[in-house]
Ligand binder design. Structure first.
Ligand code: URA
Length: 433
């Protein structure tokens, strides 16, 4: 990397602060310099806040994303094959939700349907869960894969879920800085963060699951639609076929929120059971991925019934050193929340459950902090389910008894039992054309 001395950070910060467009070469200079430690954290913090307040136009966002991709390796999987036949690559990315374990069954379903899924994933930070934290609750599971190992696994098994590592290292730094400077919820910053990793991972096609609701970064369908369009545009600008679904995240997905507890639920889905919403979203996203990859004549739902998706999942876990024969961790302390009255379960607020799980130790409040793999919340009554007085509504798990009271406080205002069912909400809100 050569840093041209033609720019300086204060001038570029002032340019954005005053509402102007950042020059292309200035964006390259900033991202290069920040990745190399030559643009200071306080300068990037000020710039991020200026971007948060002033935004970036489509061309600026494309350039910012390209610079982030160029900060690390870009993998190429165009020559992958199995038994002499070329393998098509396709991936999905979720913008982050509560109880969102969909990646686990999904990569296995799509692999069982004949595609290869290279899925660079992240860790949870704040209230949202991270796929890597969930998978690491399987004893022995490794998330750091060399490119050679990744290629071999994709060709043989068809799926790999791994840490972004050398992909878009600028994003790892920027994301951590955004998290502590209240600048996460900026559309161009979210879009470039997601897409830089996904475009660098070498997938030919990408389906985005853009979450909307109380447990998502985007609270309204309008905002989520704008983010979806921005990310689809970034995919197109970089030659990756990209499509987006807007899906509901006002209530948690499924009945398990945490790490190991979500792996257990994903295994239920792979065994042909599991909660209806998790199954429905897995199958719908698989259909979208297969269509985008140009694979037809296969039924993703069938792979959950006939065990072929479970076989792919077991093979992926084994290839990454995991042992599904060992018990998954469960928090040593439990607490139940019971119904004070009978009726129907009302809405369950995704954010309240997420914060409860986080307080129990399932998430981290600082990058690098250790998560409790056995911590989490089990939901026993879903919105609309009948409830009798004394029924168990939630079970809380943690290894740290003093975490129970703060978790109960978070959960307290997040649900109700009443006489009328909650308004039905579609799981899939919209798909980009
Ligand atoms: N997921 C990401 O990878 N980045 C964001 O900014 C938000 C969600």
């Amino acid at each position: 990397m050569t840093l041209l001395a033609s720019f300086d950070a204060p001038t570029l910060i002032a340019t954005k602060r005053d509402g102007h467009r950042l020059p292309d070469a200035g964006i390259d200079w900033l991202i290069d310099g920040y990745t190399a430690g030559l643009v200071a954290e306080e300068q990037m913090s000020a710039l991020l806040m200026a971007i948060y307040l002033r935004g970036m136009d489509a061309a600026e966002t494309v350039r910012w994303t390209s610079a982030m991709i160029a900060s690390g390796e870009r993998m190429v999987f165009t020559d992958l094959s199995r038994d002499g036949k070329p393998l098509k690559t396709v991936d999905k990315h979720s913008t982050g939700g509560v109880g969102d374990k969909i990646t686990l069954p999904l990569v296995a379903v799509v692999a069982a349907c004949g595609a290869a899924v290279p899925s660079a994933s992240g860790r949870g930070l704040g209230h949202t869960g991270g796929t890597l934290d969930k998978l690491e609750s399987i004893p022995g599971f490794e998330v750091a894969l060399s490119t050679a190992r990744l290629r071999e696994q994709l060709a043989r098994v068809g799926a790999a879920v791994f840490a972004a590592g050398a992909l878009a290292p600028a994003d790892a730094k920027l994301y951590a800085l955004r998290d502590v400077t209240a600048t996460v919820e900026s559309l161009p910053l979210i879009a470039s963060s997601v897409m830089s990793k996904k475009l660098a991972e070498g997938t030919a096609a990408l389906v985005l699951d853009v979450k909307v609701g109380s447990g998502a970064f985007m609270r309204s369908a309008e905002q989520a639609g704008e983010l979806a369009q921005m990310m689809v545009g970034l995919g197109a600008a970089h030659g990756v076929a990209t499509r987006a679904l807007l899906t509901d995240m006002s209530t948690p997905l499924g009945c398990a929120v945490g790490n190991a507890i979500e792996v257990a639920e994903a295994l239920e889905v792979l065994a042909g059971g599991g909660p209806a919403d998790v199954v429905a979203l897995t199958v719908r996203l698989a259909e979208e991925m297969l269509t985008l990859a140009g694979i037809d004549g296969v039924d993703p739902a069938q792979t959950l019934r006939d065990g072929t998706a479970m076989d792919r999942f077991s093979a992926m876990i084994a290839a990454q050193g995991g042992d599904l024969g060992m018990p998954l961790p469960v928090g040593a302390c439990t607490e139940t929340v019971t119904a004070q009255r009978g009726g129907l379960m009302g809405d369950i607020d995704a954010m309240a459950v997420a914060l409860a799980a986080w307080r129990l130790g399932a998430g981290r409040s600082r990058p690098g902090e250790r998560v409790q793999h056995g911590a989490g919340v089990r939901i026993h009554r879903r919105p609309g389910d009948p409830v009798a007085p004394g029924d168990t509504l939630f079970t809380l798990y943690t290894d740290t008894p003093e975490r129970i009271a703060p978790a109960l406080a978070e959960l307290g205002g997040g649900y109700c039992v009443g006489d009328t069912p909650p308004l039905p909400r579609p799981l899939i809100i919209e798909a980009t054309p």
